[in-house]
Design a binder for this molecule. Structure first.
Ligand SMILES: [Zn+2]
Length: 276
């Protein structure tokens, strides 16, 4: 069984436009020649695009992660996210740290049956250990909501880095971390600091969009030292195909037990009744 804990979709009407804007942001940061002449995505960025790609790549379930880049978008995005709920796919909700109604939004999401929220502090421009984010993390822990957040550098956004491993470690002084998932194995392109600050803490890490960038030996070291029971398979599709993520993980020589924890056991434990 394969559960992809980190995917993105957009409503039909804005999918193509949103991806075009993100691709141009990536090429602005990485240079115009970055993967020149090829699309940066592996499938249409819609729910239908995700579902047909899942069939092709043998993914059983996907978790979709929406991002509010402005507080005013939260309600619309969460209404859309609520419609993504089926055997194959479910969506987290989103929240912007500057939303004055943050507490009500969280309570409401819990009541509407969401299992968690996604934060992308690089877009939202709040540090992971800022008071605005810490109060969200604390409330989410009380409500038993998962929080997954972009960690480390971002391929399409300029510095500063809003959720680097060192600041994530600092946030763990205020919350247990058990319901937190730091994407991109704890900090994209900051894996030395992941080893320094995050390995061994209760926080979970996903494997999204790392396969082309991380040194395989370091990846194995992080997985083993952190504990495979706290690693989640995530691709970041449409930005990376889950087939490529799986091929990379398979190449690492992990044990069968470690692989089954990463590909589905841990996700089943976290999602529980939400995917029953
Ligand atoms: Zn992502």
């Amino acid at each position: 069984m394969l559960i992809d804990f980190h995917t993105h979709i957009f409503p039909e009407a804005i999918a193509a436009r949103s991806i075009a804007a993100l691709e141009s942001a990536i090429r602005q940061i990485q240079g115009e020649d970055y993967r020149k002449g090829e699309p940066l995505t592996c499938r249409p960025a819609t729910l239908d695009g995700l579902l047909s790609d899942m069939q092709r790549t043998h993914v059983d379930r996907s978790v979709c992660l929406p991002i509010a880049t402005k507080p005013s978008q939260t309600a619309t995005i969460n209404r859309y996210a609520e419609t993504v709920r089926s055997e194959q796919a479910l969506s987290f909700g989103t929240l912007h740290p500057a939303d004055p109604a943050w507490e009500t939004v969280l309570e409401d999401l819990k009541q509407r049956g969401f299992c968690g929220i996604k934060l992308h502090l690089q877009f939202q421009q709040f540090y992971i250990d800022s008071p605005e984010v810490l109060r969200i993390l604390q409330k989410a822990e009380q409500l038993d909501l998962l929080v997954i957040f972009h960690a480390g550098d971002d391929i399409g956004l300029p510095p500063p880095v809003y959720a680097p491993p060192e600041r994530i470690r600092h946030a763990l002084d205020y919350v247990s971390g058990k319901n937190l998932i730091a994407a991109h194995l704890g900090g994209w392109e900051q894996w030395d600091d992941v080893e320094k600050y995050l390995v061994g803490t209760p926080i979970m890490l996903d494997t999204a969009f790392i396969s082309q960038f991380i040194d395989p030996a370091q990846c194995v070291r992080i997985i083993r030292n952190h504990g495979a029971e706290k690693i989640l398979f995530g691709s970041d599709s449409p930005w990376e195909s889950p087939a490529d993520t799986l091929r990379f993980l398979t190449s690492l020589g992990l044990t069968e037990k470690e692989m089954s924890q990463i590909t589905h056991e841990n996700a089943l434990r976290l999602l529980g009744s939400h995917i029953a």
